[in-house]
Design a protein around this ligand. Structure first.
Ligand code: NAD
Length: 485
């Protein structure tokens, strides 16, 4: 059964074609404010098609760059970006040289924090939506952090890379499959890194699972379940009372699938070696009815807010199933507007063990002879072998090397329990050393594009949608990066 495309969707497809949107646009003049509803959304038969690598471009999956004594950074978007400013101003091998936000008070406040932490004042760029271009033009910046609304990510990252900077981009990196290809092409053209700032990959639990995966503890990997389930109705993210925050809610008026896939998908992709030994093949997606935003609007009665006439088409709970080239399966869920405790799922199933997050549990097969296990221990795979205090001890004893090295410092700095700082420490340290950060532009593109693919599948009555291969076949020979070996 096919669901008919909405009229508005067809209208913006037409508009996109007329406007000829697409291709790398490293703007030399001021960018027009991007309208995500006007971006090119591809049809089911073209969305997964391999695109030839433009002549002269080279892969960046193992790109080495010149080592740098002090990594100079500029941060655009200073709500979420404040976490990156904090890290950058506390790491001895980094320096925040510039901060940028439309809102001057935010920029001033972040500059003050840098001054408090370092005794140096960064340059401030504020006042309008194109002032970031001036910051990116500077010749004393190595890394540009992009932490603005999603529609700005691609233009900001592409321009930064075209001017020789590495672009660290918040989740989601691109809104559409087209935008994701543009990020890959720009990174390969300008030979700059463009990692996704997926902090969930640096959680203590996630790194523990990854550590065990790389030691072969789980045996043959077959299935993973992940999610971003976070009741955000009262957090300000979806508030109807602040015009500045309405951009995120607006996506629910024209996207029907998973609008925030990477927190869950990122970590399990690391476990499964997606893009390095396996690749996403196709996705099918289904969404529940929408109640959350409509009821929140009704409850908060946003007088004079233009959202009063908006229709929210994005179902509250989206469930997507991905099939991989090696035949493995991944369930990805999203729900940000239901009364339910937070979870990223974090479940991994292999032939020798199964880990389940929130609350953490580990089942170990009777025949698992891994050397980290006590050979005398009696096990029964019908029940969780380790949970509670027993599992906590086991997790501490088998913590990931990165947690052992920098986990305590990261917790002191904080930011989502320390994972923000751990990620920034690791990414900036890679740039300092001139090596490839753990998450690459191929991860950024393949995790972010599920937003577009799931939307397509939901509108097409849950038809399977072919997954684009941003590595252009490279996944077959690539090995996991050293951090996780
Ligand atoms: N990884 C995480 O844990 C996490 C947490 C929160 C948000 N995020 C991501 O961070 C990004 C920002 O989210 P947020 O919640 O901070 O949004 P927000 O709307 O609260 O803040 C965005 C900031 O960007 C500024 N801005 C917007 N357009 C700009 C432009 N053209 N030039 C300069 N500044 C501009 C705004 O003034 C605002 O201060 C999103 O991609 C979001 O998904 C990630």
């Amino acid at each position: 059964m096919l669901t008919p495309e909405s009229q508005s969707r067809r209208d913006f497809l037409k508009l996109s074609a007329l406007a000829g949107i697409g291709g790398i646009s490293a703007a030399s003049t001021a960018e027009a404010k991007p309208d995500p509803a006007q971006l090119t959304h591809l049809t089911a038969d073209t969305i997964g098609k391999m695109r030839p690598r433009p002549a002269g471009n080279k892969p960046v999956w193992d790109l080495n760059t010149r080592p740098i004594g002090k990594v100079r950074i500029g941060v655009i978007g200073l709500n979420r970006g404040s976490a990156h400013v904090k890290s950058g101003s506390l790491l001895p091998f980094a320096e925040v040289v510039a901060v940028c936000d439309i809102l001057d008070d935010r920029a001033q406040a972040q500059a003050e924090i840098v001054f408090k932490n370092t005794g140096k004042r960064p340059a401030i760029y504020s006042g309008d939506e194109n002032v970031w271009e001036k910051m990116v033009d500077r010749d004393d910046i190595d890394v540009v952090y992009v932490a603005t609304p999603w529609e700005w990510h691609k233009p900001m990252a592409v321009r930064a890379m075209s001017l020789g900077k590495h672009a660290f981009v918040e989740v989601n990196c691109g809104v559409t499959v087209d935008e994701c290809w543009e990020l890959v092409d720009a990174s390969e053209k300008y030979q700059r890194h463009c990692p996704i700032l997926e902090n969930a990959c640096y959680g203590e639990d996630e790194l523990f699972v990854l550590n065990l995966v790389r030691q072969g503890f789980f045996g043959d990997l077959k299935h993973a379940e992940c999610a971003y389930i976070h009741d955000q109705r009262h957090s300000g993210t979806y508030t109807f009372l602040d015009k500045q925050r309405e951009w995120r809610r607006n996506y629910a008026t024209f996207m029907h699938g998973n609008v925030y896939p990477t927190h869950g998908l990122g970590t399990v992709s690391q476990y499964l070696g997606m893009g390095r030994g396996d690749a996403f093949k196709y996705a099918v997606s289904v969404s529940s009815p929408e109640f959350g935003l409509s009821q929140l609007r009704e409850k908060t009665k946003p007088n004079r807010d233009r959202s009063q006439d908006q229709k929210f088409v994005c179902g509250d709970m989206n469930t997507t199933i991905i099939k991989t080239e090696l035949g493995r399966t991944i369930v990805v869920q999203h729900d940000n507007t239901s009364p339910r405790p937070y979870t990223r799922g974090n479940m991994l199933s292999g032939s020798q063990a199964t880990f389940c997050g929130y609350l953490n549990r580990l089942a170990i097969d009777e025949d698992n002879k891994h050397p980290i296990l006590d050979p005398k221990e009696k096990r029964n795979s019908h029940s969780w072998t380790y949970e509670g205090d027993k599992l906590t001890k086991f997790m501490q004893a088998n913590a990931h090397p990165l947690i052992k090295k920098a986990g305590t410092d990261a917790k002191k700095v904080g930011g989502h329990g320390g994972m923000d700082h751990l990620m920034n420490y690791r990414f900036l340290d890679c740039i300092r050393q001139g090596i490839t950060p753990d998450l690459t532009v191929y991860d950024a593109a393949s995790w972010s594009c599920l937003m577009d693919l799931s939307d397509r599948s939901v509108r097409d009555g849950s038809l399977p949608i072919a997954y684009p291969d941003f590595t252009r076949g490279g996944w077959k020979d690539l090995k996991p990066l050293p951090l996780v070996s």
